[in-house]
Write a protein that binds this ligand. Structure first.
Ligand code: F0G
Length: 471
């Protein structure tokens, strides 16, 4: 069935002819100027603000919500690469490339929605879920956006793609570039990203530059580079990235049988993801796919709280940048590029913006680990933030809440090992308070290789373990 018309068309889902035509345009989020093409820096030629994709391959009148839902569900039983991708499955709401041959996909998306029974008990929220974007091919939410942006880079005929990154964007970009036959250039802050993310970029063949600066310095340099060299920028300033990241929200609502939760909570760094999810929510409301908007809330680390301060100190009118510092290195960003888009989304959905401490992040990460799921530190700000929003009564106990976990547990093994060994905050202001987290620690035990030693350790562990829950 073709959701763009009333007839049950003859196009096979995923076939070239069923792809919508490329009718999108670029629109400036500041002065609303519209353009058919964008400059290399993806900024408005009139006022310099960021661009977004407007009027993608659909208009409200041309799409039928019930037909869309049914086509998207049917594609789940198809084996065509485009349908197997949890991003391109929703292609009616994405900008369409000229040719299906250009699509670069690693079968991204299709990420699980988990319930969180232990965190439910801790927070008192009985309908609490985690949408785990860390279960994507390169282990983070970036893949959903990268499949779309890499496709358009390829279609535009670029040889090089480039990004500045705290690690996940670079891992994802390098993978999609490799898949799409593109060369990739990575700019990362030296010593400030996790080894596992860096090693991904190396293995996928990126030219990796560790710059003696922070993420904000890397991004500044990239912005200058794209004006001088024929490289295609794949940071979230690239609006195609955000189009792909919208699908997180489409897929989530589908998993909830199109019943909108009251709250969606995301970590905030460069603020592309919150902007993308917010855009998706507004589009879904506009198309009648949902009947009400969830509140989208953004949580930041206290040491990288530019959006929190922008809202509290400047009423969202101008950016208050900060010198960022946090062990949640993925969100160690002080000058977020998409701050204006995020402010608009918070205002449109009525969401909150909060900050959490390093200790709160470490505890929440351990609690998500104890659910048998795990995530990287930046993702754990969502649970830590939820606790605050419950205390403030912004989130009520009878409401449905979805935490967006953005990265996989394996993304930052150093953080996890240091936490369990008890030396995460050694030599920092948090060192003394850290003892409070002892109950969450499970350090490895080194023993002689004897049966006796293992049995003794097992008996000791049994004594200090909680009673077995009724299953
Ligand atoms: N969570 C993780 C795991 C991230 O890697 C990032 C951003 C965020 C949250 C914040 O998302 O920037 O859209 O607000 N990582 C980028 C990178 C900056 O380079 O990997 P955002």
């Amino acid at each position: 069935m073709n959701p763009g018309s009333d007839e049950s068309g003859s196009d096979e889902p995923g076939s070239e002819s069923s792809l919508p035509r490329p009718t999108f345009r670029f629109r400036c989020i500041g002065c609303a100027a519209v353009a058919l093409a964008a400059a290399q820096d993806f900024r408005c030629s009139q006022c310099g603000n960021l661009l977004e994709i407007a009027d993608p391959s659909w208009t409200r009148a041309s799409l039928n919500a019930a037909a869309l839902k049914s086509v998207w569900r049917d594609r789940r039983s198809s084996n065509l690469p485009l349908d197997v991708s949890g991003v391109w499955r929703f292609r009616e709401l994405l900008p369409a490339p000229q040719s299906q041959q250009h699509i670069v996909t690693l079968r991204e998306g299709n990420t699980p929605l988990y319930d969180l029974p232990q965190s439910s008990r801790i927070t008192g929220i009985s309908r609490l879920y985690a949408k785990h974007q860390g279960m994507n091919p390169t282990g983070s939410f970036k893949d959903a956006g990268m499949t779309v942006a890499a496709t358009f880079a390829r279609e535009a005929g670029y040889r090089w793609v480039a990004c500045a990154s705290t690690g996940n964007t670079s891992a994802s970009m390098a993978a999609y570039a490799a898949r799409g036959g593109l060369l990739s250039l990575v700019l990362v802050p030296e010593g400030k990203i996790s080894w596992s993310k860096l090693s991904q970029a190396l293995d996928y063949g990126a030219l990796t530059c560790q710059l003696r600066t922070d993420f904000d310095g890397c991004l500044r340099l990239l912005q200058e580079l794209v004006r001088r060299a024929p490289v295609y920028q794949l940071n979230s300033i690239n609006p195609f990235r955000l189009e792909g990241q919208k699908t997180l929200a489409f897929e989530l609502l589908e998993q909830l049988d199109w019943q909108a939760p009251e709250h969606i909570i995301v970590p905030g760094g460069n603020l592309g993801n919150s902007s993308a999810i917010g855009k998706a929510l507004l589009e879904m409301l506009d198309l009648g796919l949902v009947t009400r908007l969830p509140k989208l809330s953004v949580i930041q680390a206290e040491g990288a709280n530019a959006l929190v301060r922008t809202l509290r100190e400047a009423g969202g009118k101008h950016l208050v940048s900060v010198q960022a510092e946090t062990r949640a290195t993925a969100i160690r960003i002080g000058n977020p590029a998409s701050w204006e888009k995020a402010v608009k989304v918070l205002q449109a959905t009525g969401g909150a913006c909060e900050q959490v401490s390093e200790l709160e992040i470490a505890q929440a990460k351990a609690e998500i680990g104890a659910e048998g799921i795990g995530c990287e530190p930046a993702s754990a700000v969502t649970l830590a933030g939820l606790k605050k929003l419950v205390q403030q009564r912004f989130v009520k106990r009878d409401e449905t809440v979805v935490l967006v976990l953005t990265g996989n547990l394996l993304k930052d093994p150093d953080f996890t090992m240091e936490f369990h060994r008890g030396d995460l905050f050694q030599g920092t202001a948090h060192e003394r308070e850290e003892a409070k987290l002892n109950q969450f620690r499970h350090p490895p035990v080194v023993l002689d290789a004897t049966l006796d030693a293992v049995i003794k350790t097992l008996e000791q562990a049994e004594k200090s373990s909680p009673p077995q829950p009724n299953v």
